[in-house]
Structures are given as structure tokens and as C-alpha cells.
Design a binder for this molecule. Structure first.
Ligand code: GA4
Length: 337
């Protein structure tokens, strides 16, 4: 996948774009068809009528805000983010940075309760309950979307994607991001990167944010090149992103969406991302049903653990999938089996 890269934000071209909105309560066949189309065209869409109760989202948001309002030393008790824990301004392990503080949690309930003890000294049990409830509910929506997607793609096994993230050993994550606001006119610049350009490495991402702008997606366009598209916030919806593993399993028919967050408001932005991932030992490869003589297999097989290792060894904006292309493998022996 060749992607245009925009380093300075100044001078970027922007385009408004009708981002697909899918009502998950609509007719099943229609929802499947719309999801496939949105994933093919943008790798991105918004879902409404998703069935996640408002109070579950509000409790999660309140717990996140309470955590971010703690003194820095208290937040640092959650440990440095390697890979889970509390981070501020530094992203990943290779020198990336951004105007953001965040908390990364593993979705495994025993990991959550372990983390809860240091995250919320006031009421760790309450924190674990809120996080587990949110994760379980959002995971269900993710599974529903993945099953509709598999049906829309005409795959024989509609659980081929969702089974990976339902597995009790799944490696899914929850990320709470807190972006600072502008304080004065001097802050009102459009070059303030909160989280730089990247695609999510997992299968699927469900992102919920408060009513504050900042998310942008890179829209590939054959006519005028790729442009950054600001995504209007909608606290009642989830924004769905195709991850790298879904790109591989669909043999490139769906492409993971490149996105970024900028600091773009007088209000702080809070986003909560669920990243649905398979177990570490799971082998990922293009599904045989997605390969044809006209569309031969584009990617090698690799385990999620191998992909994760590669992703942490590279800078944020790097296109990791290029290393796993079927035709590139000879040049990178030893990277994957
Ligand atoms: C992007 C998606 C998720 O936020 C994340 C990020 C992770 C991190 O912040 O530790 C990574 C980034 C993300 C991709 C490349 C590597 C790893 C930072 C980074 C430079 C939690 C994830 O899984 O991958």
C-alpha cells in the first residue's frame, strides 16, 4: 500500500468528505453491504444505534477523567507504557512524541484488576467493574461488526474474524487518551500533533470521543492525492477503523486507515479506543477465500506476536505491512516464518 505522507501540518490540503454512517439496527443484509463498502472505500466509518448503553460510556468517561485529574506522580504509579501503563508525550519505544497523555490497559479482566490497584487507590474494585463492563460491551459491538463484514464479503464462516477477538487469550487493548486544550490565541495553531499519523496494527478499532474535534483520517483519492479529512466528533457514536490484520486477512481488499489526532480546540479532548486483537500465538494470513488467480496472495503468514515485535521496533508512521508483503519477504529473511 503506497501512502502519501504529510509531515508539517501547515500546507496540508483538507477536504470535507461524507464519512459513511451506518445504523447498526438496520436490516442485516443492508448493514453488511454498507460495512463492506465503507471498509473498502475508507477503512473507516461511524456507527450509530450500536446498542452500547449511554451509562456504560459515561461511567467509563468519568473514570478516565478522574484518572487524568490526578497529580502526575499518582498517574505515574500506573507504570510506564511498555506496552501498558501511563504515558505522557512519549509514544511507543522509538522516540515518537505528541501532545497527549494516555493510559493503556489490557482487556484481560485479571490484568485490569491488577492495574486497578495502582490506577485508582480510592476504589480499585469500582474502576475494574467500570472498565470490564465497557470492554465487554464494546467487544460485543466489534464482534457484531466483524460478523456483518464477513457476511458482506460472502465468507463461508461468518465468525472468522470475530472468533479471534472473542478468544479468552485475546490481546485486545483499551487506550484512554487525554489531549490538552488551547489556552490562548497563540495556541490556536493547526500544527499541534497530539498523536501522529499511523494505522492501527490490530484487527479493528472502536473509538469513542467526547464532543471535541481533533481526529483526522487520511483519505486516499486517485484524483487529487491523499488529503487529511477532519472527522466531526460525535459522543453518541463509535468510529470504526480497519486495522492492519484485517487488511492482511482480506488480502488487501480492505485497507487499514491512516489517521492522526491534532490539538484543535479550547476544550480538552478525551478519546477511548478499543483495539481488537487476536491471541499472541495466532497465525495471521490472507484467507484462502480472499485470494484468486487475479488477486494472488499479497502477504506472508505471521503470528500476532511477530507483528507486534515489528511494530514496536519501528517509528509510529512507518508502514509495517510493507515488511510482510509476499514479494518483500526474500529481502527481509528472518523477520517472519
Ligand atoms: C497505535 C494503536 C494503539 O494506540 C497502540 C499504539 C502503540 C503504543 O502507543 O504503544 C504504538 C502504535 C499503536 C503503533 C506503532 C508502535 C506501537 C506506538 C508505536 C510507535 C497501543 C498500538 O497497539 O499500536
Amino acid at each position: 500500500m503506497v501512502v502519501a505522507s504529510f509531515s508539517p501540518v501547515h500546507g496540508d490540503r483538507f477536504r470535507s468528505l461524507a464519512i459513511p454512517v451506518i445504523d447498526l439496527s438496520c436490516d442485516r443484509a443492508l448493514a453488511s453491504e454498507l460495512i463492506v463498502r465503507a471498509c473498502e472505500e475508507f477503512g473507516f466509518f461511524k456507527v450509530i444505534s450500536h446498542g452500547v448503553p449511554v451509562d456504560i460510556v459515561s461511567r467509563m468517561e468519568a473514570a478516565a477523567l478522574e484518572f487524568f485529574s490526578l497529580p502526575v506522580v499518582e498517574k505515574q504509579r500506573a507504570g510506564p507504557p511498555n506496552p501498558i501503563g501511563y504515558g505522557s508525550k512519549t509514544i511507543g519505544l522509538n522516540g515518537d512524541s505528541g501532545e497527549v497523555e494516555y493510559l493503556l490497559l489490557h482487556t484481560n479482566p485479571s490484568s485490569v484488576s491488577q492495574q486497578a490497584g495502582v490506577i485508582s487507590r480510592k476504589n480499585p474494585t469500582e474502576f475494574s467493574c467500570v472498565v470490564n463492563e465497557y470492554m465487554e460491551t464494546v467487544q460485543e459491538v466489534a464482534c457484531k461488526i466483524l460478523e456483518l463484514l464477513a457476511e458482506g464479503l460472502g465468507l463461508r464462516d461468518s465468525g472468522v474474524f470475530s472468533r479471534l477477538i472473542r478468544d479468552t487469550e485475546n490481546d485486545s487493548l483499551l487506550r484512554l487518551n487525554h489531549y490538552p486544550p488551547w489556552h490562548n490565541k497563540e495556541d490556536m495553531r493547526s500544527d499541534r500533533i497530539g498523536f501522529g499519523e499511523h494505522s492501527d496494527p490490530q484487527i479493528i478499532t472502536l473509538l469513542r470521543s467526547n464532543d471535541v474535534e481533533g481526529l483526522q483520517i487520511l483519505s486516499p483519492s486517485s484524483l487529487d492525492g491523499a488529503v487529511w479529512v477532519p472527522v466531526p466528533p460525535d459522543p453518541n457514536a463509535f468510529h470504526i477503523m480497519v486495522g492492519d490484520l484485517l487488511q492482511v486477512m482480506t488480502n488487501g481488499r480492505l485497507a487499514s486507515v491512516r489517521h492522526r489526532a491534532i490539538v484543535d480546540s479550547y476544550s480538552p479532548r478525551l478519546s477511548m479506543g478499543y483495539f481488537g486483537a487476536p491471541p499472541l500465538h495466532e497465525w495471521i494470513s490472507p484467507l484462502p477465500e480472499m485470494t484468486t488467480p487475479q488477486m494472488p496472495r499479497c502477504y506472508k503468514s505471521f503470528t500476532w506476536a511477530e507483528y507486534k515485535k515489528a511494530m514496536y521496533s519501528l517509528r509510529l508512521g512507518h508502514n509495517r505491512l510493507d515488511l510482510f508483503r509476499a514479494d518483500e519477504m526474500e529481502e527481509h529473511p528472518g523477520l517472519v516464518k
